[in-house]
Design a protein around this ligand. Sequence first.
Ligand SMILES: *[C@@H]1O[C@H](CO)[C@@H](O)[C@H](O)[C@H]1NC(C)=O
Ligand SMILES: *[C@@H]1O[C@H](CO)[C@@H](O)[C@H](O)[C@H]1NC(C)=O
Ligand SMILES: *[C@@H]1O[C@H](CO)[C@@H](O)[C@H](O)[C@H]1NC(C)=O
Length: 314
Amino acid sequence: MKFALLSASVFPALACESSLLGKSDTYGLPWYGLKTNGVAIGWVPSDGNASEGVISPRYTLAEINQKLGSVSSTYGMYSHLNSDTYNGYELLEEYGEVIKSGAVFIPSVMPVLDSGFPGITPEVASQVATVMREFTDKGVIVWLRFGHEMNWYTNPAAEPRYYGTPAEFVIAWANVAKAVADNPLVKMFWSPNNLGGNPASDLDEWYPGDDIVDLVGIDCYPQFTNQTFEWCYQDFYDRFSAGKQKPFAIGETGADAELKENWLKQLVNQNNADYPNYISMSWFEYLKQGVDFRVVVGNQTILEQTKETLGLSH
Ligand SMILES: *[C@@H]1O[C@H](CO)[C@@H](O)[C@H](O)[C@H]1NC(C)=O
Ligand SMILES: *[C@@H]1O[C@H](CO)[C@@H](O)[C@H](O)[C@H]1NC(C)=O
Ligand SMILES: *[C@@H]1O[C@H](CO)[C@@H](O)[C@H](O)[C@H]1NC(C)=O
């Protein structure tokens, strides 16, 4: 079994909680959720916010589930922490949807505040924990993807952007991890960006530490056919998942109209023996900056292809 190696040691508290809830495996992934070849499948549905030009309308996970005729395993969403009073309104606007979905909730809480990572004080971190508690109080399992793509969003070209050094990021992360430590339904999900294939060793300075990271993953959006699953993930997987015995989850990924179906096939057709810690992936279901990433809500043709790839055709 693919999960046997990690389950007991990495998520002991969760394993216990989830047997109480009776609805999930040791990572909190719902037993009734969509899985293809052992990989739990979910989505980051478009939030309808036009940041740079045209963007797809807003979708809920329920709409995606309805089109697929399936229950998605993860529900990703972005949230902007832009001042020293965080209330998570973007997440709470979808509160009912998230609870109803039964999926693992993956909020990407983005520290875009002017004071940068040093602004994530223990007080601000406890506000983040309070918002997460609203979800976990309803039995939702949360993989908190705090400061995702920190190695990209600190680039001056990023919009919005994060401010601060790797050392400051690690302190900010530690504050958040400490604030949620008394909540066994929240797991800390570390997720940098592969920045066009840079070596994973470049990420060491951004890694918060084995004791305060529960899951790892890396964001990668292939742009050419030679940017394969191995190209995107292998080096990172070896160093931070296999090397540290952490579950590997893909927090977001996608590809353009030409590449996307092949990319989706790669995501769900890896040999389990090569990536035994690979537990889930969430697709970026957006039309953004002129790129049509959508594989479900785009049109009927792409939807049928996607259902076939995911083993949902009858
Ligand atoms: C995104 O759009 C929704 C409405 O679809 C709005 O309620 C929300 O506040 C917006 N978020 C941001 C960050 O602008
Ligand atoms: C991948 O393909 C692109 C476009 O054809 C090319 O520019 C690039 O050099 C290739 N990269 C590798 C590593 O072969
Ligand atoms: C459906 O979407 C795919 C992928 O985005 C695109 O290549 C195709 O042209 C679309 N088909 C129609 C009929 O719009």
